[in-house]
Design a binder for this molecule. Structure first.
Ligand code: SAH
Ligand code: SF4
Ligand code: F3S
Length: 462
C-alpha cells in the first residue's frame, strides 16, 4: 500500500469511473482503478455510492467533449448535494484543455473538478486524490516519452476478454487528429512484459485478449516488431483469441499478414481505417498512402487470408471535400465491401494542421454524405451477414444477450455479434453456432456443441 494511503475510519472510500472514447481509455481506466485499489479504494459501479468520481475523457471530436461537459453538469449537482465528493477529469480532455482548465480554476469546469490528470500521469492519482481530500486542487498533465504502465496489473472485471495496451501515443500526425497532442509520442512496452501478462490471463482462464495501440503496427521492442509480438502472444495459449487494434495502413507489413494467416488463434479481423477514398483528401489528411496503395494492401491481405473480415473508419466533410471526393469514398467502400465501418463528420480540432484549413463543408452536406455512407454500409453489412445464414461458425460465449435473459451473445472470429439460446453453455466456452437469420448488425443462430480449444473454421476444415 502506498505510504500516503488515506483511507480513514470505518469503510473504504469508493471510486467510480466513467470512460469515454477509445479502447485505450478503457484500458487506462483499469490502470487507474488498479492504482487506487492498491491504495485502499473500493470500486463501485454506482455513481451515488461514490466518494471519488472520475471521468476518463475523449477529445477526438467536438461532440465527444460536449457530452462530457454535459455530464460534468450532473456531477456538479451531485457535488452540491454531497460536497465531500471528489470529482476528477482525467484522460485526453484533461491533456488538451490543460491551460484553459488551469486558467479556469476559479470558475466553470475548473470549479467543479478537484483533479485534472492527463494520460501519462496516472501513477500520481493516489497522491492527487489524497491532496484533494485536504482541499488542494491537483493538476498533473505532463506527457512522457517513456511511461507505459508496464508494471501495473490492470483491474479487470470481465474474466473472459482483456485489453492489453502494448504501445502508447502516436507519431503519425494525421492533419485532423488531436491524439498526438493528447497522448504524446509513441512508446512501446517490452515484448516480455506483454507475454507475461498474457500468461497470467491464460492461467486465470481468460479467452480473448485485444492488443491495443493508436497505431499497433509501429510497435517496437529493440529489433522486434508488432508481427513478432503478435506471434509470441499467440503462442502462449492456443485457446486464447488474439485481436488487435488499430492498424495504420502505412506500416502493415507482409510479415504481419503472414503472422495473422499462420495462427489459428489470431482473429482474422483487421480494422484498417482508410478515412477517405479520394487521393486529394488523403494527401490533405497526411495519411501517407493513396487509394491505390491502400487497395493493393487489401488485395495482399485478402489473397493470403481469404476469409478475413475488414472494417474501417471514414471521415466525411473534411475541408474542401467535394461531391466528387465523396463519391470516391462511396465507390471505394462499395468496391471493398467492408464488414463494418465507423463514420464521422469532420470536426475541427484546435492546434491540428487541418484547423488552419477552412471547415467549408456545411453541416447539412456533412449530414447528407454521412447518411449516404451509412446507408450503403448497412446494405453491404446486411448482404454479408445474410451470406452467413445456414453456415456454421465458432463463437466465443461472452455474456448474456442485451435483449433476452435466455440467450447468450458472443462473437465469431471475424468479430460478428451472434445471439443464440443459452443451453448449458457458459461464458468462456467456444461453441459451434449455425446461423439461422441475420440483420445488418447481428446474427441469430442455434447451437450444436462446445469445445475448449479453437478449431479450424468449419468452412475450411470441411
Ligand atoms: N489511431 C486510429 C484512430 C484513432 S481516432 C487510426 O489511425 O486509425 C478514431 C477515428 O476517429 C479516426 O480513425 C477518425 O476516423 C476519427 N477522427 C479522428 N479525428 C477526427 C476529427 N477531427 N473529426 C472527425 N473524425 C475524427
Ligand atoms: Fe490520429 Fe492518425 Fe494517430 Fe490515428 S494515426 S491516432 S488518426 S494521428
Ligand atoms: Fe479519444 Fe483520446 Fe482515444 S482523444 S479516441 S480517448 S486517445
Amino acid at each position: 500500500m502506498a505510504e500516503h494511503s488515506n483511507i480513514p475510519r470505518m469503510r473504504k472510500k469508493r471510486v467510480y469511473i466513467e470512460t469515454y472514447g477509445c479502447q485505450m481509455n478503457a484500458a487506462d481506466s483499469e490502470v487507474v482503478l488498479s492504482l487506487l485499489a492498491q491504495d485502499g479504494y473500493e470500486v463501485t459501479n454506482t455513481l451515488v455510492d461514490a466518494d471519488v468520481v472520475l471521468a476518463n475523457t475523449c477529445s477526438v471530436r467536438e461532440n465527444a467533449e460536449q457530452r462530457i461537459y454535459g455530464r460534468l453538469g450532473e456531477f456538479k449537482r451531485l457535488k452540491n448535494s454531497r460536497p465531500d465528493v471528489l470529482i476528477g477529469l482525467i484522460g485526453c480532455m484533461a491533456e488538451r484543455l490543460r491551460t484553459k482548465l488551469t486558467a479556469e480554476k476559479a470558475k466553470g469546469v475548473g470549479q467543479i473538478v478537484d483533479m485534472i490528470v492527463g494520460p501519462d500521469e496516472y501513477r500520481r492519482m493516489p497522491e492527487l486524490v489524497h491532496r484533494a481530500w485536504h482541499g488542494e486542487k491537483g493538476i498533473a498533465v505532463q506527457l512522457s516519452r517513456v511511461e507505459t504502465y508496464d508494471d501495473i496489473v490492470p483491474l479487470r472485471t470481465s474474466g473472459i476478454s482483456a485489453w492489453i495496451s502494448v504501445m502508447r501515443g502516436c507519431d503519425k500526425f494525421c492533419s485532423f487528429c488531436v491524439v498526438p497532442f493528447t497522448r504524446g509520442r509513441e512508446r512501446s512496452r517490452t515484448l516480455a512484459s506483454v507475454v507475461r501478462e498474457v500468461e497470467i490471463l491464460s492461467s486465470r482462464g481468460f479467452k480473448e485478449v485485444t492488443l491495443l495501440g493508436q497505431n499497433v503496427n509501429s510497435y517496437r521492442d529493440e529489433n522486434r516488431d508488432f508481427a513478432d509480438l503478435l506471434r509470441s502472444v499467440a503462442e502462449v495459449d492456443s485457446s486464447i483469441r488474439i485481436r488487435f487494434t488499430t492498424s495504420h495502413p502505412q506500416d502493415m507489413s507482409d510479415k504481419l499478414i503472414e503472422t495473422i494467416a499462420d495462427h489459428t488463434n489470431i482473429c482474422k479481423f483487421i480494422h484498417l481505417p482508410v478515412q477517405s477514398g479520394s487521393d486529394r483528401i488523403l494527401e490533405l489528411m497526411n495519411r501517407t498512402y493513396d487509394r491505390a496503395r491502400y487497395l493493393g494492401l487489401l488485395y495482399r491481405i485478402r489473397t493470403r487470408i481469404p476469409d478475413v473480415s475488414l472494417s474501417t473508419d471514414i471521415i466525411t466533410g473534411f475541408p474542401s471535400e467535394t461531391e466528387d471526393d465523396h463519391q470516391k469514398t462511396m465507390e471505394l467502400m462499395e468496391h471493398v465491401r467492408y464488414d463494418g465501418a465507423f463514420t464521422f463528420k469532420y470536426s475541427p480540432r484546435e492546434n491540428t494542421p487541418a484547423f488552419k484549413m477552412l471547415d467549408d463543408v456545411p453541416d447539412a452536406i456533412k449530414t447528407l454524405r454521412i447518411n449516404e455512407i451509412i446507408d450503403q454500409q448497412q446494405k453491404i453489412s446486411l448482404q454479408k451477414n445474410q451470406e452467413m445464414v445456414n453456415h456454421t461458425y465458432e463463437v466465443l460465449v461472452e455474456s448474456e444477450s442485451k435483449k433476452s435473459p435466455v440467450e447468450w451473445q458472443g462473437r465469431t472470429d471475424g468479430n460478428k455479434m451472434v445471439v443464440f439460446p443459452k443451453g448449458n453453455f457458459k461464458a468462456g466456452d467456444y461453441i459451434t453456432v449455425k446461423i439461422l437469420r441475420a440483420n445488418s448488425a447481428t446474427l441469430f443462430g442455434s447451437t450444436e456443441k462446445s469445445h475448449s480449444q479453437i478449431e479450424l473454421p468449419i468452412e475450411e476444415a470441411a
